[in-house]
Design a protein around this ligand. Structure first.
Ligand code: F3S
Length: 645
């Protein structure tokens, strides 16, 4: 039987398991990369494992998210990341070199490889014909320590492209927005999208990368394109011809589903507030008044797209009611635009040129005014992400964005008064890796940690008896934001668990931190939750901080999948009520006693409520690996044990 591209790559990297949908597989990983917002913790975790070098062929530490240096903290983080990369044998991409996914695509991504990144848009690399998956910091640290990457095999869905885009009016951004309209933000959950068909050759590597980048918005594990002549052309233009291999699915390859998409029928699309799948044709809302336009990000920063934007802005002026921000995604693109006079064109038109970084995409500067409309070539438009809670953020192609910036209202490119021209991909990119610091051989490099960077706390092995106080009793659908809020007050402490822990459950119960610290000295705390505990962002800190505060177990009616995994990774026992009605019998302040030996047997535990003199049953549903993790205190001691023994 023939194989699809995903199977071909995974088979070449298989350590154990079966590539059948739903099976647990372990894979060898070629590349791991981190960005600063998640990377500081990943590198602290790697340090805590205790190895002196990374054990993957390539590791890169990027700085792109937190670039605003309004005090010492970000600058200290950048120095920590630089010295940690030097110490542990990773490349360091200096602040200013660009957004991790754009730079990685340009300089490191290669067909046939497997890469992990500590950012949800890591699948951008799929445009190059590689399997690129976003993971948490601790998972990245454990793979950098030489552990295989373990995950449950998703469904492989083929997206068959045919026809040609109606260029220059329709772009790759419109392809992925069309798919979001068709499939929704949940349409890719548990799936890998593999693109194929005759339409693939109509798309360049950077256009494919736009599509795989926003596969993350479909909820997909990742997305991938074949490696063909266009891939070869891009690698050649980057001076990396030698890294090309051809890669395509066999004729008789099998898929769990096939979706057909005619590129010639796609029209300019736009996602309306507040979800990337709230998509309509641009023509439906043309004329909507706009106050801000942002062009760039890891989704739409290719040289071709930026040059297209410059060609629209040339000789014109940004509308007087509009602020136009442009953040080219990499130094390479920025430098080429500067060299060719395009930056001058943009500045002359009135654009505000930002550095090569995430910037407004992550609410680091460039927040719209209250209630204002912002049209962005970015990938996310959730409420408040821009930094302004009541802003109305739309997502569209750079072509729609540039036309809109000039007119002051949303423009359908087919009706634009400005003549559009098709820009070609460059034959040669300006390659200058002077902002990439190569790994050092010297192992005596000192890792420099500013006062805001603290060691990662590591949990002790599971106690035989947990006797602890119920510190909080919560309702249904508690989010990781409820557990540990984000935002500019909290984020600067991401490398300082003792400090960030002070924000735990702060929006629910101001006194939680002090009560937890007190309980910690008397045996720790327990959280009681309702249904879907820990939904929302995959934020690891929502498990690390409670662990640091001495939370031993969370008893809930059900858990959100990723948060449950994070609890286990940090040694907190996730327990489910055998009879959900027992939830009613517990009150805040009760002292519960749990004998944990049950973990080895049938995993049904009897919980004795010492305060109420009652007992009830719970269970933990742990698989063999999860049991090991909980027993030893979490993934960090588990990996340390494996790699150092
Ligand atoms: Fe950065 Fe926004 Fe991409 S935060 S990594 S530009 S999604």
């Amino acid at each position: 039987m023939g194989k699809n591209i995903v199977e071909k790559i995974m088979e070449a990297h298989l350590v154990s398991g079966d590539l059948k949908e739903g099976s647990l597989v372990s894979l060898r990983v070629d590349q791991v990369y981190t960005q600063d917002a998640t990377g500081t913790m990943a590198w602290l975790e790697f340090e805590a494992i205790g190895l002196d070098r990374v054990r993957v062929p390539l590791a890169v530490s990027y700085v792109d998210h937190n670039m605003l240096q309004s005090n010492f903290m970000n600058a200290d983080d950048h120095l920590f990341l630089r010295t940690a990369a030097a110490r542990f044998g990773a490349y360091f991409s200096r602040p200013g070199n660009g957004i991790c996914h754009q730079v990685h695509l340009e300089r490191f991504a290669a067909p046939g490889l497997i890469a992990l990144g500590t950012d949800s848009h890591t699948p951008t690399g799929g445009g190059m014909g590689m399997i690129a998956i976003g993971v948490g910091g601790l998972e990245a640290a454990s793979v950098m320590a030489g552990m295989p990457f373990e995950f449950t095999m998703p469904k492989i869905v083929r997206i068959n492209l045919f026809g040609k885009l109606r260029r220059p009016y329709v772009t790759a951004m419109d392809v992925i927005l069309t798919l979001l309209k068709m499939l929704s933000v949940k349409g890719g959950v548990g799936k890998i999208f593999e693109y194929g068909g005759t339409g693939v050759k109509d798309l360049s590597v950077t256009e494919r990368a736009t599509i795989t980048n926003m596969g993350a918005e479909l909820g997909a594990t990742t997305s991938i394109f074949p490696s063909d002549e266009n891939t070869l052309r891009f690698l050649k233009a980057q001076g990396r011809r030698h890294q090309w291999i051809p890669l395509e699915a066999d004729e008789d390859a099998e898929y769990s589903e096939i979706i057909e998409l005619d590129l010639s029928e796609i029209e300019p699309m736009i996602a309306q507030p507040h979800s990337p799948d709230n998509v309509v044709p641009v023509r439906n809302i043309k004329g909507t008044k706009v106050h801000q336009v942002c062009i760039g990000s890891c989704t739409n920063s290719s040289y071709k797209m930026m040059k297209t934007v410059a060609s629209i802005l040339k000789g014109r002026t940004v509308h007087e009611d509009v602020t136009l921000f442009i953040n080219p995604g990499s130094k390479q693109v920025y430098e080429m635009l500067a060299h060719n006079g395009d930056i001058e064109t943009m500045i002359r038109a009135g654009a505000r040129i930002l550095e090569s970084a995430c910037g407004p995409c992550i609410g680091m500067g460039g927040a719209p005014g209250s209630g204002q409309v912002s049209v962005r070539s970015y990938n996310r438009n959730f409420k408040g992400r821009s930094g302004t809670k009541d802003a109305l953020v739309y997502l569209a192609s750079p072509v729609v964005c540039a036309l809109t910036a000039i007119k002051g209202e949303i423009v359908d490119p087919f009706e634009a008064e400005i003549p559009l021209e098709e820009v070609n991909e460059p034959e040669v990119f300006s390659v200058n890796d002077n902002m990439l610091i190569t790994p050092k051989k010297d192992r005596n490099i000192k890792i420099i940690k500013g006062p805001n960077i603290k060691e990662v706390p590591v949990k002790e092995p599971l106690e035989e008896t947990i006797q602890a106080e119920v510190l909080l009793k919560l309702g249904d659908n508690i989010t990781t934001d409820d557990i540990l809020p984000a935002g500019s007050q909290v984020l600067p402490y991401r490398s300082n668990i003792p400090e960030i822990s002070k924000f735990t459950f702060k929006n629910i119960d101001e006194s939680f931190y002090s009560r937890a610290m007190e309980a910690k000295t008397k045996g720790g705390g327990i959280i009681v939750g309702g249904e879907n505990y820990g939904q929302g962002s995959s934020r690891e800190h929502a498990a690390i901080a409670p662990m640091y505060l001495g939370i031993k177990a969370v008893i809930a009616k059900s858990f959100a999948r990723i948060h449950r995994a994070n609890l286990i990774n940090f040694g907190i026992l996730p327990l489910l009520f055998s009879n959900p009605e027992d939830y009613e019998s517990i009150e805040k302040g009760d002292i519960l006693k749990i004998e944990t030996q049950a973990i080895k047997n049938d995993q049904r535990y009897t919980v004795v409520n010492l305060t109420k003199n009652k007992s009830f049953d719970v269970y933990s549903n742990l698989n063999a690996k999860e049991k090991e993790l909980i027993l030893i205190g979490g993934l960090l001691p588990y990996v340390r044990n494996k790699v150092l023994s």
